[in-house]
Ligand binder design. Sequence first.
Ligand SMILES: Cc1ncc(COP(=O)(O)O)c(C=O)c1O
Length: 428
Amino acid sequence: MTNRNEQLFNRAKAVIPGGVNSPVRAFGSVGGIPRFIKKAEGAYVWDENDIRYIDYVGSWGPAIVGHAHPEVIEAVRAAALDGLSFGAPTEAEITIAEEIGKLVPSVEQLRLVSSGTEATMTAIRLARGYTGRDKIIKFEGCYHGHSDSLLVKAGSGLLTFGNPSSAGVPADFTKHTLVLEYNNVAQLEETFAQLGGKIACVIIEPFVGNMNLVRPSENFVKALRALTEQHGAVLIYDEVMTGFRVALGGAQSLHGVPPDLTTMGKVIGGGMPLAAFGGKKEIMACISPLGGVYQAGTLSGNPVAVAAGLKTLEIIQRPGFYENLTERTEQLVNGFKAAAADNGIDFTADSVGGMFGLYFADHTPQNYADMAKSDTEAFKHFFHGMLERGVAFGPSAFEAAFVSAAHTPEIIEETIAIARDVFQSMSR
Ligand SMILES: Cc1ncc(COP(=O)(O)O)c(C=O)c1O
Protein backbone atom coordinates (compact mmCIF):
# COMPACT_ATOMS: atom_id res chain seq x y z
CA MET A 1 0.00 0.00 0.00
CA THR A 2 1.31 3.47 -0.74
CA ASN A 3 1.87 5.40 2.41
CA ARG A 4 0.37 8.81 1.65
CA ASN A 5 1.68 10.19 4.97
CA GLU A 6 5.22 9.32 3.99
CA GLN A 7 4.79 10.65 0.46
CA LEU A 8 3.37 13.91 1.76
CA PHE A 9 6.08 14.24 4.41
CA ASN A 10 8.76 13.90 1.73
CA ARG A 11 6.96 16.39 -0.50
CA ALA A 12 6.51 18.81 2.42
CA LYS A 13 10.17 18.66 3.38
CA ALA A 14 11.10 20.09 -0.03
CA VAL A 15 9.12 23.29 0.50
CA ILE A 16 8.51 23.62 4.27
CA PRO A 17 11.43 23.43 6.74
CA GLY A 18 11.26 20.01 8.40
CA GLY A 19 8.00 19.42 6.53
CA VAL A 20 5.90 21.09 9.22
CA ASN A 21 4.59 24.49 10.24
CA SER A 22 5.20 23.96 13.96
CA PRO A 23 8.18 21.86 15.09
CA VAL A 24 6.60 19.28 17.42
CA ARG A 25 4.43 18.03 14.54
CA ALA A 26 7.54 16.56 12.88
CA PHE A 27 7.68 13.61 15.35
CA GLY A 28 11.31 14.60 16.10
CA SER A 29 11.32 13.30 19.67
CA VAL A 30 9.43 10.06 19.00
CA GLY A 31 10.70 9.20 15.50
CA GLY A 32 8.60 7.95 12.60
CA ILE A 33 6.36 9.58 10.03
CA PRO A 34 3.92 12.30 11.09
CA ARG A 35 0.30 11.61 10.24
CA PHE A 36 -1.07 14.12 7.73
CA ILE A 37 -4.65 14.76 8.79
CA LYS A 38 -7.36 15.16 6.17
CA LYS A 39 -10.43 15.33 8.36
CA ALA A 40 -11.59 15.50 11.96
CA GLU A 41 -14.98 14.94 13.54
CA GLY A 42 -16.02 14.51 17.17
CA ALA A 43 -13.37 12.48 19.02
CA TYR A 44 -11.68 11.29 15.81
CA VAL A 45 -9.16 12.38 13.21
CA TRP A 46 -8.44 10.62 9.90
CA ASP A 47 -5.05 10.58 8.23
CA GLU A 48 -4.22 10.59 4.53
CA ASN A 49 -4.12 6.76 4.54
CA ASP A 50 -7.79 6.89 5.62
CA ILE A 51 -6.93 5.51 9.03
CA ARG A 52 -9.10 6.75 11.88
CA TYR A 53 -7.60 7.65 15.27
CA ILE A 54 -9.21 8.43 18.62
CA ASP A 55 -7.68 11.84 19.15
CA TYR A 56 -6.26 13.13 22.45
CA VAL A 57 -4.37 16.03 20.87
CA GLY A 58 -7.51 18.07 20.20
CA SER A 59 -5.50 20.50 18.07
CA TRP A 60 -3.33 20.97 21.22
CA GLY A 61 -6.29 22.10 23.25
CA PRO A 62 -8.90 24.07 21.31
CA ALA A 63 -11.19 21.15 20.35
CA ILE A 64 -12.98 20.97 23.72
CA VAL A 65 -16.46 20.44 22.24
CA GLY A 66 -15.13 17.84 19.79
CA HIS A 67 -13.84 18.40 16.29
CA ALA A 68 -16.10 20.07 13.72
CA HIS A 69 -19.01 20.45 16.14
CA PRO A 70 -22.02 21.06 13.88
CA GLU A 71 -23.09 24.21 15.75
CA VAL A 72 -19.59 25.70 15.60
CA ILE A 73 -19.34 24.90 11.88
CA GLU A 74 -22.71 26.54 11.29
CA ALA A 75 -21.64 29.67 13.21
CA VAL A 76 -18.44 29.85 11.14
CA ARG A 77 -20.38 29.38 7.89
CA ALA A 78 -22.86 32.11 8.80
CA ALA A 79 -20.08 34.54 9.77
CA ALA A 80 -18.06 33.78 6.64
CA LEU A 81 -21.04 34.58 4.42
CA ASP A 82 -20.99 38.11 5.85
CA GLY A 83 -17.31 38.62 5.02
CA LEU A 84 -14.01 37.25 6.25
CA SER A 85 -12.32 40.32 7.71
CA PHE A 86 -13.07 44.01 7.93
CA GLY A 87 -10.24 45.68 9.84
CA ALA A 88 -12.90 47.60 11.74
CA PRO A 89 -14.73 46.96 15.03
CA THR A 90 -17.67 44.55 15.16
CA GLU A 91 -20.44 43.90 17.69
CA ALA A 92 -19.37 40.25 18.14
CA GLU A 93 -16.01 41.41 19.57
CA ILE A 94 -17.87 43.25 22.33
CA THR A 95 -20.04 40.21 22.98
CA ILE A 96 -17.09 37.86 23.36
CA ALA A 97 -15.26 40.34 25.64
CA GLU A 98 -18.41 40.60 27.78
CA GLU A 99 -18.82 36.85 27.81
CA ILE A 100 -15.21 36.17 28.85
CA GLY A 101 -15.41 38.88 31.52
CA LYS A 102 -18.56 37.25 32.92
CA LEU A 103 -16.85 33.84 33.15
CA VAL A 104 -13.46 35.12 34.35
CA PRO A 105 -14.20 38.14 36.55
CA SER A 106 -10.55 39.24 36.92
CA VAL A 107 -10.69 40.11 33.21
CA GLU A 108 -12.33 43.54 33.41
CA GLN A 109 -11.16 44.46 29.94
CA LEU A 110 -9.49 42.47 27.22
CA ARG A 111 -8.01 42.77 23.79
CA LEU A 112 -8.29 40.10 21.11
CA VAL A 113 -5.26 38.92 19.16
CA SER A 114 -4.62 35.97 16.84
CA SER A 115 -2.24 33.66 18.76
CA GLY A 116 -1.19 32.78 22.27
CA THR A 117 2.31 34.02 21.47
CA GLU A 118 0.96 37.47 20.66
CA ALA A 119 -1.11 37.48 23.85
CA THR A 120 1.80 36.65 26.19
CA MET A 121 4.28 38.86 24.33
CA THR A 122 1.93 41.82 24.68
CA ALA A 123 1.00 41.06 28.29
CA ILE A 124 4.71 41.23 29.17
CA ARG A 125 5.14 44.52 27.30
CA LEU A 126 2.06 45.86 29.04
CA ALA A 127 3.35 44.82 32.48
CA ARG A 128 6.66 46.54 31.73
CA GLY A 129 4.89 49.67 30.48
CA TYR A 130 2.59 49.77 33.49
CA THR A 131 5.31 49.29 36.12
CA GLY A 132 8.14 51.10 34.34
CA ARG A 133 10.36 48.10 35.20
CA ASP A 134 12.26 45.72 32.90
CA LYS A 135 12.80 42.44 34.71
CA ILE A 136 10.43 39.51 34.43
CA ILE A 137 10.17 36.11 36.09
CA LYS A 138 9.17 32.91 34.34
CA PHE A 139 9.42 29.30 35.47
CA GLU A 140 11.47 26.52 33.97
CA GLY A 141 9.31 24.16 31.91
CA CYS A 142 6.51 26.68 31.34
CA TYR A 143 6.01 27.63 27.70
CA HIS A 144 4.49 30.97 26.82
CA GLY A 145 4.90 31.06 23.06
CA HIS A 146 7.94 32.03 21.06
CA SER A 147 8.57 35.73 21.64
CA ASP A 148 12.21 36.67 22.29
CA SER A 149 12.15 37.47 26.00
CA LEU A 150 10.36 34.19 26.80
CA LEU A 151 12.62 31.80 24.88
CA VAL A 152 14.93 31.48 27.82
CA LYS A 153 16.51 28.68 29.76
CA ALA A 154 17.66 28.94 33.35
CA GLY A 155 21.00 30.60 34.09
CA SER A 156 23.73 28.87 36.02
CA GLY A 157 22.44 29.85 39.44
CA LEU A 158 19.79 31.70 41.32
CA LEU A 159 19.65 35.36 40.35
CA THR A 160 21.65 34.84 37.21
CA PHE A 161 19.52 35.83 34.29
CA GLY A 162 18.46 33.37 31.66
CA ASN A 163 20.21 32.41 28.44
CA PRO A 164 18.42 32.28 25.09
CA SER A 165 16.97 28.82 24.43
CA SER A 166 16.77 29.54 20.70
CA ALA A 167 19.35 30.62 18.16
CA GLY A 168 18.57 34.08 16.86
CA VAL A 169 17.63 35.53 20.25
CA PRO A 170 20.28 38.03 21.39
CA ALA A 171 21.42 37.53 25.00
CA ASP A 172 20.66 41.24 25.41
CA PHE A 173 16.97 40.44 24.86
CA THR A 174 16.84 37.78 27.57
CA LYS A 175 19.06 39.42 30.14
CA HIS A 176 16.01 40.73 31.96
CA THR A 177 14.31 37.33 32.21
CA LEU A 178 14.82 35.32 35.40
CA VAL A 179 14.00 31.63 35.16
CA LEU A 180 12.99 30.05 38.47
CA GLU A 181 11.96 26.56 39.51
CA TYR A 182 8.24 25.79 39.52
CA ASN A 183 6.80 25.13 43.00
CA ASN A 184 9.94 26.48 44.72
CA VAL A 185 8.57 29.03 47.22
CA ALA A 186 11.91 29.71 48.93
CA GLN A 187 13.58 30.62 45.62
CA LEU A 188 10.72 32.94 44.70
CA GLU A 189 10.93 34.65 48.10
CA GLU A 190 14.66 35.10 47.84
CA THR A 191 14.37 36.55 44.34
CA PHE A 192 11.78 39.10 45.42
CA ALA A 193 13.80 39.94 48.53
CA GLN A 194 16.80 40.83 46.35
CA LEU A 195 15.20 42.26 43.23
CA GLY A 196 11.58 42.99 44.15
CA GLY A 197 11.59 46.67 43.15
CA LYS A 198 12.89 45.84 39.66
CA ILE A 199 10.45 43.09 38.71
CA ALA A 200 7.73 44.08 36.25
CA CYS A 201 5.86 40.79 36.28
CA VAL A 202 5.72 37.11 36.99
CA ILE A 203 4.26 34.99 34.18
CA ILE A 204 3.17 31.46 34.96
CA GLU A 205 1.10 28.57 33.64
CA PRO A 206 -1.26 28.14 36.60
CA PHE A 207 -1.36 24.43 35.84
CA VAL A 208 1.56 23.63 33.56
CA GLY A 209 0.69 21.81 30.34
CA ASN A 210 4.00 22.23 28.56
CA MET A 211 6.18 19.95 30.67
CA ASN A 212 3.37 17.46 30.75
CA LEU A 213 0.80 18.33 33.43
CA VAL A 214 2.24 19.80 36.64
CA ARG A 215 0.15 21.21 39.47
CA PRO A 216 1.25 24.14 41.60
CA SER A 217 1.21 23.65 45.37
CA GLU A 218 -1.21 25.79 47.34
CA ASN A 219 1.68 27.56 49.07
CA PHE A 220 3.29 28.37 45.75
CA VAL A 221 0.10 29.97 44.42
CA LYS A 222 -0.34 31.99 47.63
CA ALA A 223 3.30 33.12 47.57
CA LEU A 224 2.99 34.25 43.95
CA ARG A 225 0.05 36.48 44.77
CA ALA A 226 1.42 37.80 48.04
CA LEU A 227 4.91 38.61 46.74
CA THR A 228 3.77 40.27 43.51
CA GLU A 229 1.30 42.39 45.48
CA GLN A 230 3.86 43.31 48.10
CA HIS A 231 6.44 44.38 45.51
CA GLY A 232 4.11 46.02 43.00
CA ALA A 233 4.76 43.45 40.25
CA VAL A 234 2.06 42.29 37.84
CA LEU A 235 0.96 38.67 38.17
CA ILE A 236 0.17 37.17 34.76
CA TYR A 237 -1.63 33.85 34.52
CA ASP A 238 -0.97 32.35 31.12
CA GLU A 239 -4.23 30.50 30.66
CA VAL A 240 -3.77 29.93 26.93
CA MET A 241 -3.99 26.22 27.70
CA THR A 242 -5.90 26.09 31.00
CA GLY A 243 -8.51 28.74 30.16
CA PHE A 244 -11.95 27.07 29.81
CA ARG A 245 -10.09 23.75 29.79
CA VAL A 246 -9.56 22.92 33.46
CA ALA A 247 -12.82 24.62 34.54
CA LEU A 248 -15.31 27.14 33.17
CA GLY A 249 -13.56 29.95 35.06
CA GLY A 250 -10.07 28.67 34.19
CA ALA A 251 -7.29 27.77 36.62
CA GLN A 252 -7.87 30.96 38.58
CA SER A 253 -11.33 29.77 39.58
CA LEU A 254 -9.78 26.58 40.99
CA HIS A 255 -6.90 28.35 42.75
CA GLY A 256 -9.24 31.04 44.09
CA VAL A 257 -6.47 33.58 43.57
CA PRO A 258 -7.04 36.15 40.80
CA PRO A 259 -4.09 37.37 38.74
CA ASP A 260 -3.71 40.95 37.47
CA LEU A 261 -3.56 39.91 33.82
CA THR A 262 -4.65 36.73 32.04
CA THR A 263 -3.70 35.46 28.62
CA MET A 264 -6.02 33.09 26.74
CA GLY A 265 -6.15 31.29 23.42
CA LYS A 266 -6.98 27.80 22.19
CA VAL A 267 -10.57 27.18 23.50
CA ILE A 268 -11.70 30.80 23.05
CA GLY A 269 -11.22 30.45 19.30
CA GLY A 270 -12.91 27.05 19.09
CA GLY A 271 -10.24 25.95 16.57
CA MET A 272 -9.84 29.28 14.78
CA PRO A 273 -6.90 31.67 15.33
CA LEU A 274 -8.09 33.73 18.29
CA ALA A 275 -6.40 34.64 21.57
CA ALA A 276 -6.68 37.42 24.13
CA PHE A 277 -5.01 39.21 26.99
CA GLY A 278 -6.94 41.05 29.62
CA GLY A 279 -7.27 41.94 33.27
CA LYS A 280 -7.44 44.99 35.50
CA LYS A 281 -8.84 48.09 33.81
CA GLU A 282 -6.11 50.23 35.31
CA ILE A 283 -3.42 48.12 33.63
CA MET A 284 -5.31 47.67 30.35
CA ALA A 285 -5.61 51.46 30.13
CA CYS A 286 -1.88 51.57 29.34
CA ILE A 287 -2.47 49.92 25.96
CA SER A 288 -2.65 52.00 22.77
CA PRO A 289 -4.78 54.00 21.85
CA LEU A 290 -5.45 54.90 25.52
CA GLY A 291 -1.87 54.53 26.72
CA GLY A 292 1.68 54.38 25.46
CA VAL A 293 2.13 50.59 25.15
CA TYR A 294 1.82 49.75 21.47
CA GLN A 295 -0.06 46.74 20.14
CA ALA A 296 -2.06 46.16 16.96
CA GLY A 297 -3.18 43.44 14.53
CA THR A 298 -4.64 43.32 11.00
CA LEU A 299 -6.70 40.21 11.80
CA SER A 300 -7.25 40.86 15.54
CA GLY A 301 -10.83 39.99 16.49
CA ASN A 302 -11.40 38.34 13.14
CA PRO A 303 -15.18 37.92 12.73
CA VAL A 304 -15.08 34.27 11.66
CA ALA A 305 -12.77 33.32 14.54
CA VAL A 306 -14.92 35.26 17.01
CA ALA A 307 -18.05 33.46 15.75
CA ALA A 308 -16.37 30.08 16.36
CA GLY A 309 -15.25 31.23 19.81
CA LEU A 310 -18.64 32.58 20.84
CA LYS A 311 -20.42 29.37 19.86
CA THR A 312 -17.82 27.30 21.71
CA LEU A 313 -18.22 29.45 24.82
CA GLU A 314 -22.00 28.95 24.56
CA ILE A 315 -21.71 25.16 24.34
CA ILE A 316 -19.32 24.82 27.29
CA GLN A 317 -21.78 26.68 29.53
CA ARG A 318 -24.49 24.07 29.06
CA PRO A 319 -25.45 22.18 32.22
CA GLY A 320 -23.14 19.33 33.13
CA PHE A 321 -20.48 20.15 30.53
CA TYR A 322 -17.49 20.29 32.90
CA GLU A 323 -18.81 17.58 35.21
CA ASN A 324 -18.94 15.21 32.23
CA LEU A 325 -15.61 16.33 30.82
CA THR A 326 -13.89 15.91 34.20
CA GLU A 327 -15.50 12.50 34.78
CA ARG A 328 -14.45 11.21 31.34
CA THR A 329 -10.90 12.44 31.84
CA GLU A 330 -10.69 10.80 35.27
CA GLN A 331 -12.12 7.59 33.82
CA LEU A 332 -9.32 7.62 31.26
CA VAL A 333 -6.41 8.29 33.62
CA ASN A 334 -7.69 5.84 36.25
CA GLY A 335 -8.08 3.16 33.56
CA PHE A 336 -4.54 3.83 32.30
CA LYS A 337 -3.10 3.66 35.82
CA ALA A 338 -4.82 0.33 36.53
CA ALA A 339 -3.71 -1.14 33.19
CA ALA A 340 -0.09 -0.06 33.76
CA ALA A 341 -0.05 -1.35 37.35
CA ASP A 342 -1.41 -4.73 36.22
CA ASN A 343 1.56 -4.96 33.85
CA GLY A 344 4.20 -3.75 36.29
CA ILE A 345 5.00 -0.54 34.36
CA ASP A 346 6.37 2.50 36.24
CA PHE A 347 3.60 4.86 35.34
CA THR A 348 1.27 7.40 36.86
CA ALA A 349 -1.22 9.96 35.55
CA ASP A 350 -3.09 13.05 36.67
CA SER A 351 -5.88 15.25 35.34
CA VAL A 352 -7.57 18.60 35.89
CA GLY A 353 -10.89 19.13 34.09
CA GLY A 354 -10.38 18.05 30.48
CA MET A 355 -6.57 18.12 30.57
CA PHE A 356 -4.34 15.23 31.62
CA GLY A 357 -0.73 14.11 31.95
CA LEU A 358 0.80 10.66 31.60
CA TYR A 359 4.13 10.07 33.36
CA PHE A 360 6.46 7.17 32.85
CA ALA A 361 7.77 7.65 36.38
CA ASP A 362 6.89 6.32 39.81
CA HIS A 363 5.48 9.64 41.05
CA THR A 364 3.78 12.77 39.76
CA PRO A 365 6.52 15.32 38.96
CA GLN A 366 6.56 18.72 40.68
CA ASN A 367 8.91 20.67 38.43
CA TYR A 368 10.96 20.52 35.25
CA ALA A 369 14.02 18.74 36.67
CA ASP A 370 11.74 16.10 38.15
CA MET A 371 9.81 15.73 34.88
CA ALA A 372 13.01 15.45 32.86
CA LYS A 373 13.85 12.25 34.76
CA SER A 374 10.80 10.41 33.41
CA ASP A 375 11.38 7.53 31.01
CA THR A 376 11.14 9.00 27.52
CA GLU A 377 11.98 5.66 25.87
CA ALA A 378 8.94 4.11 27.56
CA PHE A 379 6.85 7.02 26.32
CA LYS A 380 8.04 6.40 22.74
CA HIS A 381 6.95 2.77 22.95
CA PHE A 382 3.62 3.78 24.38
CA PHE A 383 3.11 6.54 21.81
CA HIS A 384 3.80 4.34 18.80
CA GLY A 385 1.94 1.37 20.29
CA MET A 386 -1.17 3.52 20.71
CA LEU A 387 -0.80 5.16 17.28
CA GLU A 388 -0.48 1.78 15.52
CA ARG A 389 -3.67 0.69 17.30
CA GLY A 390 -5.58 3.85 16.31
CA VAL A 391 -5.12 6.27 19.22
CA ALA A 392 -3.31 9.58 18.73
CA PHE A 393 -1.37 11.43 21.45
CA GLY A 394 0.90 14.43 21.03
CA PRO A 395 4.31 13.26 19.77
CA SER A 396 6.23 14.31 22.91
CA ALA A 397 6.60 13.00 26.45
CA PHE A 398 6.37 16.55 27.76
CA GLU A 399 2.96 17.68 26.56
CA ALA A 400 -0.36 17.49 28.34
CA ALA A 401 -3.21 15.80 26.48
CA PHE A 402 -6.89 16.61 26.12
CA VAL A 403 -10.30 14.98 26.30
CA SER A 404 -13.29 16.54 24.55
CA ALA A 405 -17.03 16.39 25.14
CA ALA A 406 -17.21 14.05 22.13
CA HIS A 407 -15.19 11.36 23.96
CA THR A 408 -18.01 9.10 25.17
CA PRO A 409 -17.56 6.62 28.03
CA GLU A 410 -17.41 3.89 25.35
CA ILE A 411 -14.61 5.63 23.46
CA ILE A 412 -12.72 6.06 26.73
CA GLU A 413 -13.16 2.35 27.57
CA GLU A 414 -11.98 1.41 24.09
CA THR A 415 -8.89 3.59 24.63
CA ILE A 416 -8.16 1.95 27.98
CA ALA A 417 -8.42 -1.53 26.44
CA ILE A 418 -5.94 -0.49 23.74
CA ALA A 419 -3.60 0.98 26.38
CA ARG A 420 -3.78 -2.28 28.33
CA ASP A 421 -2.65 -4.12 25.22
CA VAL A 422 0.22 -1.65 24.72
CA PHE A 423 1.33 -1.83 28.38
CA GLN A 424 1.27 -5.63 28.09
CA SER A 425 3.52 -5.48 25.03
CA MET A 426 5.88 -3.15 26.93
CA SER A 427 6.13 -5.45 29.95
CA ARG A 428 7.44 -8.38 27.91
C1 LIG B 1 0.50 28.11 28.00
C2 LIG B 1 0.74 28.54 26.59
N1 LIG B 1 1.00 29.84 26.34
C3 LIG B 1 1.22 30.27 25.09
C4 LIG B 1 1.19 29.42 24.02
C5 LIG B 1 1.44 29.93 22.64
O1 LIG B 1 0.23 29.92 21.94
P1 LIG B 1 0.25 29.89 20.32
O2 LIG B 1 0.77 28.56 19.93
O3 LIG B 1 -1.19 30.12 19.95
O4 LIG B 1 1.12 31.02 19.88
C6 LIG B 1 0.93 28.07 24.24
C7 LIG B 1 0.91 27.12 23.11
O5 LIG B 1 0.82 25.93 23.25
C8 LIG B 1 0.69 27.61 25.55
O6 LIG B 1 0.43 26.33 25.82
